[in-house]
Design a protein around this ligand. Structure first.
Ligand code: IVH
Length: 615
């Protein structure tokens, strides 16, 4: 079962919008019961227990495939090696590995004594520790595991999230004592505000709260979008701020050639993290904020995002401050710098600018793209600087001898890299599209496009109108995709990759296996048992397509109350019309013939006995 991510709510208003979406989808009027707990800032892991014994532990990875780290996880005291009480034959517990603040401080003190570099924050320390090759080192660093959900589970399922958590506690897991049920979104918002206030007093770092619809049956109805469930949201705390001084501002060249002003700071702690660089986004922002080199500034860090400069403290100026001037030549390749009409960014015009090539390669090999293990930034720099790789395609020309000739690269690592490169040739189409670095095309869009066209050839030939039919693809994205594949240079680069053996595999759409696979439905009028969105979603889960207008390709028209003209069209075209009752029958029989939908937290039933709670 995939380990999904969470959508963020950045404000109280966005929490209320989440609640509105939930109610609209379910067609509910009354208050929804929610389950709330802190959002731990650590590393997500999954533990598999077979017959009550810890059999396997892994990181979340990309949600589908993670790293196996069982030996390391075994050294964590809050991870039971065997379950207590009435355990099921198979259980997957999911949760977060964190380093408590006191353990983090102790570790950094120890490192200082040994003359080793500090960890920037507890999360980095935790993540670095569980991924150690030597589990003795992991054992030395004290880590803590909080369980927050279930994966696969064999046994009687509980009916709510809160029951599932109590069950985990009964089985011997540590769960958060800060968890709480809240009736209605107002109570949820109060909980979040309270946690935000208490945040600094907790023994571990949290960066927000996780809110889930408590009832599992409602979670099931809500289902999930591509990477996150509709039944949960992460409320993110306001960014933490700090004061420091700008030593210099440098023009930094990104993979699209965009040159952004980057502030070099006197290092400062912001919410437990040492920050020495912050972005000023672009020249317009810099001018608007009126930031000068030498200024004292407020900077802020929101979760994972690069810290940003908020504002200068003009009253602290001593007259020695000076403005940043955008160079007219690229600081990396010396090509001209232009500011395209209507854009706020300055760009390096050089097509072969090493900074751009490095940026593109970094994106290409990254985990969510071609996922070439061991292909780090240092290697990219060496390859580009030595002229051995000038574009993405040339990665596939690298052989062990060339790689082994690089500094700090032994024959064994070179061989491993060659194998990793080979393996990446068969990555799914969506990853490949994400890897190409098409402007405005991120992971979700790449997936949607791959799911729609299935082959690279068809994506390359896709028309603007066809792209616009995809949910979430607007005019800007569609134009960007079309332009990318029309570009001769891009086509040549793709051809080269294909000739070197890259063959992006067709996507598994998941829809293929459904009981209503290939059937086209059109909905009209309103249903009494569910919202239009839920009806659509249920059909999609069963493999059906939902179209917006009736045509000869339509298999069924579902007519609810007060149907529109679509019903007439159905009748005149001789399309089968289903009333609500018939529609529900088709849906439920389709469910019987398919497996129960995958969900993040499978439910369980239990009576809370003891609580394995420490905090
Ligand atoms: S529930 C579908 N509960 O947040 C629900 N996640 O963006 C998935 N996280 O990678 C997770 N504390 O590592 C949940 N109390 C908590 C959490 C939590 C931290 C992390 C988790 C995941 C990310 C989701």
């Amino acid at each position: 079962i995939p380990m999904l991510g969470l959508e963020n709510a950045m404000s109280r208003e966005e929490l209320f919008e989440f609640d509105q979406r939930v109610k609209k989808f379910l067609g509910l009027e009354g208050e929804v019961a929610y389950y709330c707990e802190p959002k731990f800032d650590g590393l997500a892991v999954e533990l598999v227990y077979e017959n009550g014994l810890l059999a396997l532990g892994s990181t979340r990875g990309d949600g589908m495939v993670g790293e196996e780290i069982t030996a390391n996880l075994r050294t964590i005291r809050s991870i039971p090696l065997s379950l207590s009480g009435d355990f099921p034959s198979l259980l997957e517990a999911r949760g977060e590995v964190v380093m408590l603040l006191e353990d983090f401080q102790r570790l950094n003190e120890l490192y200082e004594e040994r003359g080793l570099p500090h960890f920037a924050n507890p999360r980095n320390a935790a993540a670095g520790s569980v991924r150690q090759l030597d589990s003795k080192i992991t054992a030395e660093r004290k880590l803590t595991f909080f369980a927050y959900g279930l994966g696969r589970f064999e046994g009687a399922l509980p009916s709510s999230q809160s029951e599932a958590i109590s069950l985990l506690a009964d089985l011997g897991f540590l769960v958060s004592s800060l968890r709480q049920k809240a009736l209605g979104i107002g109570a949820v918002a109060d909980y979040c505000a309270d946690m935000e206030k208490r945040r600094e007093t907790l023994p571990f770092e949290i960066d927000g709260c996780v809110i889930k619809v408590d009832e599992i049956s409602l979670q099931e109805r809500l289902g999930e979008k591509s990477r996150s469930p509709r039944w949960a949201v992460a409320y993110k705390f306001k960014p933490v701020q700090a004061l420091t001084r700008i030593r210099d501002i440098l023009p930094s060249v990104g993979r699209t050639g965009a040159i952004t002003p980057l502030a070099v700071l006197d290092a400062v702690q912001v919410g437990g993290v040492t920050v020495s660089r912050a972005t000023l986004h672009n020249m317009d922002e810099l001018m608007r904020k009126g930031v000068l080199i030498g200024d004292w500034v407020v900077i802020q860090r929101a979760g994972d995002v690069i810290p940003e400069v908020v504002a200068p403290l003009a009253e602290r100026r001593d007259g020695l401050e000076r403005p940043f001037i955008m160079p007219d030549r690229c600081p990396v390749c010396g090509s001209g710098v232009i500011k395209p009409e209507g854009e706020v960014v300055y760009r390096c015009e050089g097509l072969d600018c090493p900074a751009q090539i490095k940026g593109r390669l970094k994106n290409f090999v990254s985990r969510r793209a071609m996922d070439i293990d061991g292909f780090g930034i240092k290697l990219i720099e060496q390859l580009v600087d030595s002229g051995k790789v000038r574009d993405m395609a040339e990665i596939f020309r690298l052989d062990a001898a060339t790689l082994a000739s690089l500094e700090r690269m032994g024959p064994k690592s070179a061989q491993n890299l060659v194998e990793a490169i080979e393996k990446s040739k068969g990555r799914p189409l969506s990853r490949f599209l994400n890897a190409l670095g098409i402007r405005h095309v991120g992971e979700a869009t790449a997936e949607a496009v791959a799911g729609r066209f299935l082959t690279l050839e068809r994506v390359m030939g896709a028309k603007r109108e066809e792209l616009l039919e995809i949910d979430d693809v607007g005019p800007q994205v569609a134009a960007s995709i079309v332009d990318f594949f029309e570009d001769e240079k891009n086509r040549a680069s793709i051809e080269k990759m294909l000739s070197l053996g890259v063959s992006p595999k067709e996507e598994q759409t998941g829809a293929g296996g459904g009981a209503l696979s290939g059937k086209v439905f059109v909905l009209t009028g309103s249903l009494s048992s569910m919202s239009r969105d839920e009806a659509k979603e249920s059909l999609k889960r069963a493999g059906a397509k939902v179209a917006s207008s009736v045509s000869s390709k339509t298999d069924y028209v579902v007519a609810g109350e007060e149907p529109g003209s679509k019903l007439k069209e159905a009748n005149s075209l001789g399309v089968t019309v289903l009333d609500e009752e018939a529609f529900l029958k088709i849906l439920s029989s389709s469910r019987e013939t398919q497996q129960s939908p995958a969900q993040e937290e499978a439910p369980l039933a239990s009576t809370p006995k003891k609580q394995g709670t420490l905090f």
